[in-house]
Design a protein around this ligand. Structure first.
Ligand SMILES: [Zn+2]
Length: 311
């Protein structure tokens, strides 16, 4: 059922779902808002008390979602728009092209050529999507730029890994860039290292930190003191960039949908962070292979490089 509550002067609506579960839990969902799940017997009064108790947490995350949405909405994939790249911004330069769609960087500009589409098979005239549908053109630009981001991310992650692996005496078996929704990087016991392409949007030091973090796992497959000492030996100021990622990682998302469902469990009074909802996270376009998901460091809720901590 839908209900409302006043939390510190803010009227917050929430969806209350009763089921056979044993504990109360609050989930804050980017599209659905606040969802409270409780056991069948829970009274309205207890739900309200629970919401009041968690009001700081709820308001903080509602505000973050709202900020993140306005940040995302502010990116228009049109000529003259500013798009993020390595912690800076590039100006989009959109041009039609007869035969291809491609993107490349030219100084402070990102040139995107969009292939002209035939109006119809019967017509000999051609036009860009913009002439008929500005939204289609924007979508085409976004796709081309995202593809370019992924290519740049792979080149840079490989280049930085090559640089740092000499310091660490390790060699990854394979480096890939993936469209992970909740991880900045992962490392398997087979030596496969994955990076999130969105790192190319962050300052270069942040990408370096994630590269070093994953390479260090090739020596220490855990988050022990020895692991962190190793990271620090290579990057003495890593803590700064780790914090940056925690605080700003959510702004690196360019996507409007398929966000994880996050929640906090009512039983875990200590936790002010968000934990992944077990059922909520299978909409990543590339599911994480078992062998990666099972590595100890990716299982750890303390991992500093998981997107789910950053709703
Ligand atoms: Zn780790």
């Amino acid at each position: 059922m839908e209900a409302r509550i006043d939390l510190g002067g803010n009227e917050v609506s929430y969806n209350w779902q009763r089921s056979r579960r044993r504990t109360m839990a609050i989930t804050i969902h980017p599209e659905r808002g606040v969802v409270v799940r409780t056991p069948n017997r829970t009274s309205h009064k207890s739900v309200e008390a629970f919401l009041r108790e968690k009001s700081r947490w709820i308001l903080k995350h509602l505000e973050r979602i709202s900020n993140r949405q306005s940040e995302r909405e502010s990116i228009r994939w049109t000529a003259g728009a500013l798009v993020p790249f390595l912690g800076s911004r590039l100006v989009l330069d959109v041009r039609p092209h007869a035969r291809r769609t491609t993107a490349w960087r030219l100084g402070e500009r990102l040139v995107v050529e969009i292939q002209r589409e035939k109006k119809s098979t019967a017509s000999k005239t051609t036009n860009t999507p913009s002439e008929t549908d500005p939204k289609a053109l924007e979508a085409a630009v976004e796709t081309a730029v995202t593809q370019w981001y992924r290519e740049q991310a792979l080149v840079r992650c490989k280049m930085r890994a090559e640089y740092f692996q000499a310091h660490l005496g390790v060699r990854p078996a394979q480096i890939r860039v993936r469209n992970q929704k909740r991880r900045w990087g992962s490392c398997s016991s087979r030596g496969w290292v994955n990076f999130n392409w969105r790192l190319i949007l962050a300052p270069p030091e942040v990408l370096d930190y994630v590269v070093v973090h994953e390479l260090c796992h090739l020596r220490e497959m855990n988050h022990s003191a020895r692991f962190w000492n190793l990271v620090q030996a290579v990057l003495p100021d890593f803590a700064q960039w780790r914090t940056w990622l925690r605080q700003n990682g959510d702004t690196l998302s360019l996507e409007t949908k398929a966000f994880p469902r996050d929640g906090v469990d009512g039983d875990n009074q200590q936790s002010d962070d968000i934990h992944p909802d077990a059922q909520g996270f299978d909409n990543a376009s590339e599911p994480i292979p078992e062998e990666n998901a099972k590595t100890p460091h990716d299982q750890s809720p303390e991992s500093p490089i998981q997107l789910e901590m950053q709703l």
